[in-house]
Design a protein around this ligand. Structure first.
Ligand code: MN
Ligand code: MN
Length: 467
């Protein structure tokens, strides 16, 4: 062997050289990926809020043979159950062959996404235009929400215990909404402000009407028209906004992106792209060896707080109810369990090389991204998965033909992000982050690669079968 060939052989055996998935995946994978992504886009369009996503997931679960789990119900191997938490979060399980004291495999994703929530007293009129005041939910770059089409979706709880579901803008015959922006001709002063300051949160007011109520000389005639129409359609009065959860979400439908259709653009893919993978995989699971659990959580974007967030005891209650059927203490189940915190990471964007560290960023089409740690500024807020667990995942994914890569969200000191991983780890569950890399994360229109959507589904499948 010449010296050059020796070097090449050594390089091949010693260097880590991840590959683009398009150069390595099978024709079977490519065909399955196409079908999977069509279903995924439907999930995105149907579930633009956590309530809608939970409802749609319940429909799919019922169709796949899952039934509501009531405390005390007898459970046997192969049983497929779910429990909805207050209509905003969903837990599913398939009872495995092995006893619960051997632990369970949990995939935990979130179904809430950044959006503009209406305030509790939202409707006002100014200069004969009517507006909804908003308080944004989750981390948004405010300027991205100006001058785009918006829909109104949500839920109004009424004093008599009833409720109405609101959805305006999704149907092609519906009107839509928008937040008007300043014309460039008059933007000289605003242009001097920083991106963070240019759009104050209190200016994110949604235009909802301009027609004055006729044959009337009183005040707020445009507001009156809007309220009259809402009353006709939904039977609500202004006071009902107080007990409502209404939000404005981007009116974009999920679409293929690129001449080659290799990507999907859509709203709320953080984290519905992983939520759908975790859900679709558990629905497709037969009888796993360990019990498989899928958690679709709410409130991740605001710190996993609240009764429907990952910090809530609702998850512990669900699992302890299941454990009770085998008289297994929950803590013993937990200490032998594993969790994939299935959440998105930032894909390397060559337009912004300054904020990414190329050697450790996840690359589009290189596969599901494992994050050993998330957090920021010295890994603060990370659960930091153990080397042992990372090694297990490498082995599992390689064995099951799941294309994977390692990922770190951005440069050290540049920022960072968190997921539900730390709240699972606090329960004494071995946890690692894994999910789909996203371009334009948290923007009204986010982009993911189809290959990675599918590989994440495949990864979840493999994980539910792990022993
Ligand atoms: Mn997320
Ligand atoms: Mn997020």
């Amino acid at each position: 062997m010449s010296e050059k060939n020796v070097g090449d052989a050594l390089r091949k055996s010693l260097f880590y050289a991840p590959k683009n998935g398009f150069d390595t995946w099978s024709a079977d994978d490519e065909a399955s990926c196409g079908l999977y992504c069509e279903d995924y886009k439907k999930f995105l369009d149907e579930g633009k809020t956590e309530r809608e996503a939970a409802d749609f997931a319940v429909e799919l679960a019922k169709a796949a043979g899952f039934r509501p789990y009531i405390r005390g119900m007898e459970l046997k191997t192969g049983d497929r159950i779910f429990r909805e938490n207050r209509g905003k979060s969903l837990m599913l399980a398939v009872i495995g062959e092995m006893p619960l004291k051997r632990g369970v495999n949990i995939a935990a994703a979130h179904i809430d996404a950044p959006r503009l929530d209406l305030k509790q007293n939202p409707l006002y009129e100014d200069s004969e235009q009517a507006f909804f005041k908003t308080h944004y939910y989750g981390g948004i770059r405010k300027y991205q929400w100006m001058a785009i089409p918006l829909e109104l979706r949500g839920h109004v709880s009424l004093r008599d215990g009833g409720f109405v579901r609101v959805s305006i803008g999704g149907d092609k015959n519906d009107p839509q909404f928008t937040i008007t922006d300043l014309l460039p001709h008059l933007a000289a002063t605003q242009n001097k402000k920083t991106l963070a300051e240019a759009v104050p949160g209190e200016n994110l007011n949604i235009l909802v009407g301009s027609r004055p109520f006729q044959d009337d000389t009183g005040s707020d005639r445009v507001k009156l028209t809007v309220m009259q129409m809402l009353n006709e359609k939904y039977g609500i009065t202004e006071e009902d906004f107080i007990s409502a959860e209404l939000c404005a979400v981007p009116a974009f439908m999920a679409r293929d992106i690129g001449i080659d259709r290799s990507m999907i653009g859509g709203y709320g893919q953080d984290d519905r792209v992983c939520a759908y993978a975790a859900l679709a995989a558990i629905l497709a699971t037969g009888t796993p060896r360990k019990t498989a659990v899928c958690m679709l959580a709410d409130k991740e974007e605001i710190g996993s707080e609240g009764v429907t967030g990952m910090r809530s005891a609702a998850f512990d209650t669900f699992l302890s109810d299941i454990c009770h059927s085998e008289l297994t203490p929950l803590r013993i189940c937990y200490e032998n369990s594993h969790c994939i915190s299935a959440d998105v990471t930032a894909a390397y964007d060559p337009k912004f090389p300054d904020v990414y560290e190329k050697r450790n960023s996840s690359k589009l089409n290189y596969g599901i991204s494992l994050c050993k740690f998330t957090g920021s500024r010295g890994k603060s807020g990370a659960s930091d998965a153990s080397a042992e667990l990372v090694a297990r995942m490498r082995f599992l994914f390689d064995q099951e033909g799941v294309l994977w890569q390692m990922a770190e969200l951005g440069k050290v000191d540049q920022g960072g992000g968190g997921t539900v991983a730390m709240f699972m780890a606090q329960r004494n569950i071995d946890t690692i982050d894994a999910g789909v890399p996203v371009l334009s994360m948290h923007a009204p229109f986010e982009v993911v690669s189809k290959l990675e959507c599918y590989m994440t589904f495949k990864g979840m499948n493999a994980f539910y079968e792990m022993i």
